[in-house]
Write a protein that binds this ligand. Structure first.
Ligand code: MSP
Length: 507
């Protein structure tokens, strides 16, 4: 392993709209961010994990009106639920930004003034087909039968005085960047974006006079900043907060060495991979690095969304199945970058088949054997036992592959390798048959089992963020998971009591 001591990693999720409670689809993005952030931390990186809420815009104001409440009070209540969800899901974020925070608002206003001074923003009139729900204009070529291509709702004709961002001047630049650099992963999403949006790129209307609930510009208080220009800049403004671990310059300057990962669902890549890189370029900053994941779809094949009425409440699921179980399903069973099914049936199948049968049973079996054959004390491995040697070679290879997949952000492939790691250890038990073995060979086997359980548990700890603690407690390890702890020898350690890591779920 390399030394990552002086390296920094900045990971962000989209900031979510506080108009409704979050569903499992939102939890998916955040779970991936948490997984990769903990992994980097384990490698020795200094990490910063940003999430938050996107609070302005007509949709939110409408929702508050429906509820007959003051808008800020309304969103503040919903945000309590966001934070509760992240707590119950054991998400270790560093900063929760709200676009209604003063620091953010000030930043966005100043930024607008600067872009205006640099002539990247100009005033004009806009008329176009607009989706109120997605808060976006669409061109004729993007739509069919006057319906929003993203949510399917009816579009309206909007005309208003507006400031515009000179996006079209960057059309060739962004096309080239998308096709030839690493702004967007996975690569197959790039063509989609270029064909649907870049070829027809027009200047973006970035203020509204028809909306009140938003950030007013310093230049003209009748104009409120368009939500996306407001929201996207959270990734910069957060770095001005006192709690921020990194500074704006550190992260966003062109020569920055901070590794960056911005996780988004595929439906918002347009904003993150066209407008956002252009905004950054206008400001003289580096390019973003975005990973677009697919959607969670329900059994009937539809995207899970509030408007379709097929959402699953993650808080309810956590109560029944536990947070690690849900996070593991999301990371492992949804192929990163693709759409994937989510249902309770599939979740139960995964819990019983992988977490209980393979992983939890491995730990229980090993615990029972050491307690039976060695009075609960891990024996020393004194010999060069061939099955152990063969196992070690296989597992080292899996570990290397695991790091590679993680560094490539292939999350579902990474956890599949860890399951494979567990399977190999189980096979090693079948092969060495400790119940028929004795003497130094038995000692070598049991010592190896503990070592490899500890290794795989350490790697799994980035997703099984609660259950790994049971194994650490079993082995009296008080330290935080770290790659530097791997391959520790547990000879002479007295095993503590351990309960089942995962419980079988009855259908
Ligand atoms: N507020 C904007 C983002 C602004 S970022 C500068 C927004 N918010 S949102 O509340 O609608 O959340 C969108 C995110 O939720 C998507 O990027 C995606 O990560 C996630 N998902 C919402 N439904 C989803 C699924 N059914 N499946 C997977 N992810 C989904 O857009």
């Amino acid at each position: 392993m390399n030394d990552f001591k002086n390296k920094k990693f900045y990971v962000t999720t989209p900031i979510y709209y506080p108009n409704y409670k979050l569903h499992i689809g939102h939890a998916y993005t955040t779970t991936l961010a948490d997984y990769v952030s903990r992994y980097k931390k384990m490698q020795g990186y200094e990490t910063m994990f940003l999430t938050g809420s996107d609070e302005h815009g007509q949709k939110i104001e409408d929702r508050a009106k429906e509820a007959n409440e003051d808008t800020l009070k309304f969103v503040t209540k919903i945000i309590k639920d966001f934070k509760k969800l992240w707590l119950k899901l054991d998400i270790d974020y560093d900063l929760f930004i709200r676009t209604t925070d003063e620091t953010h608002k000030e930043y966005v206003k100043e930024s607008f003034t600067q872009l205006l001074k640099k002539d990247f923003i100009y005033k004009s009139k806009y008329s176009g087909l607009y989706c109120k729900s997605d808060e976006a204009y669409f061109t004729e070529t993007q739509i069919k039968e006057n319906k929003c291509p993203e949510c399917g709702k009816e579009l309206i004709v909007m005309e208003e005085e507006s400031y515009f961002l000179k996006i079209s001047a960057f059309k060739d630049w962004i096309k080239d960047e998308l096709l030839n650099s690493d702004i967007l992963k996975p690569k197959h999403r790039v063509n989609e974006l270029v064909n649907n949006f870049v070829n027809d790129l027009q200047d973006l209307s970035v203020t509204r006079t028809s909306i009140n609930w938003g950030i007013q510009i310093n230049e003209d208080t009748s104009h409120v900043i368009y939500v996306w220009l407001d929201a996207l800049q959270n990734y910069i403004s957060a770095l001005k907060y006192p709690e921020s671990k990194f500074t704006i310059e550190e992260v966003w300057n062109k020569n920055s060495e901070v590794e960056l990962l911005q996780l988004v669902g595929k439906e918002i890549t347009r904003f993150h991979c066209i407008y956002w890189p252009i905004i950054l370029k206008m400001k003289g900053y580096r390019k973003p690095s975005v990973l677009a994941h697919g959607w969670l779809i329900s059994d009937d094949g539809d995207k899970m969304s509030k408007s379709k009425g097929n959402v699953v409440d993650p808080l309810e699921l956590i109560k029944i199945y536990g947070s690690d179980e849900i996070k593991f399903y999301l990371v492992n069973n949804i192929v990163t970058g693709e759409d994937g099914k989510f249902s309770e049936e599939l979740l139960i199948e995964m819990i019983n088949g992988l977490l209980v049968n393979k992983y939890s049973n491995l730990v229980s079996r090993t615990d029972a054997m050491i307690k039976k054959y060695c009075k609960g004390i891990v024996p020393e491995n004194k010999i060069n036992y061939l099955p152990t040697k063969n196992l070690t070679i296989k597992l080292e290879k899996i570990r290397e592959d695991y790091y590679q997949k993680m560094d490539n952000y292939e999350f579902s492939n990474s956890t599949k390798l860890l399951i494979n790691y567990v399977e190999e250890i189980n096979l090693y038990i079948d092969l060495t048959k400790p119940w028929k073995n004795s003497g130094e060979e038995l000692n070598a086997t049991l010592n190896t089992l503990v070592k490899e359980i500890f290794n795989v548990t350490t790697l799994l700890s980035s997703v099984l963020t609660t259950s790994y603690k049971k194994v650490y407690q079993w082995l009296s390890i008080k330290k935080k998971p770290s790659i530097s702890l791997l391959d520790k020898d547990f000879k002479g350690v007295k095993l503590n009591k351990i309960e089942h890591l995962f419980e079988r779920i009855k259908k």
